[in-house]
Design a protein around this ligand. Sequence first.
Ligand code: 2AM
Length: 169
Amino acid sequence: MRLFIGLAPPPAVREAIARERDRLYGRLGGKPTSTANLHMTLAFLGDATAQTLQRLRHLLTDIDMPRFSITLDRTGDFKHGAIVWLGCTATPPGLDALAEMLRARLTVSDIAFDRQAFTPHVTLLRKGQPVAEHLAMPVCWPVDALVLYASESTPRGVRYRPLFRQTLK
Ligand code: 2AM
């Protein structure tokens, strides 16, 4: 199983992000992320066994961190437009603290993850063109849970399936 831990936008926020994706897709092209797959990755774990999955559930259940909000107010890209994303000018301290704590617990538990520095983003397009701008209408995303996802290949493309949800305080 290919696993990652992330944040799932609530429906209204998901729709607002999807509108921004559609606007950028019209300008930049590329392969859009499906609305159902829109999310923010906190830690990418990759292939994991059923035993690791069980340990992850316990690890997540023990998390006792406060809720916070993210203001998505800017676009950006990685690798010259290979990935076009929506992110924030100011990372909320609660988001940084959550990602740091999660990664620290994974390390202590000896569960492998991609250690690339955390850059909060929601991928909108793949292989678009470089972009950097502030949004006319920032999107406020109230975050109240962490989600363990499985990344699955299906005949209709990749699907990020939520497996487990841990509510924040
Ligand atoms: P993204 O967060 O930039 O969209 C599932 O593959 C999710 O984990 C995707 O959202 C993907 O990129 C993210 N991810 C982070 N590191 C990854 C890695 N090393 N390989 C694959 N996906 C990774």
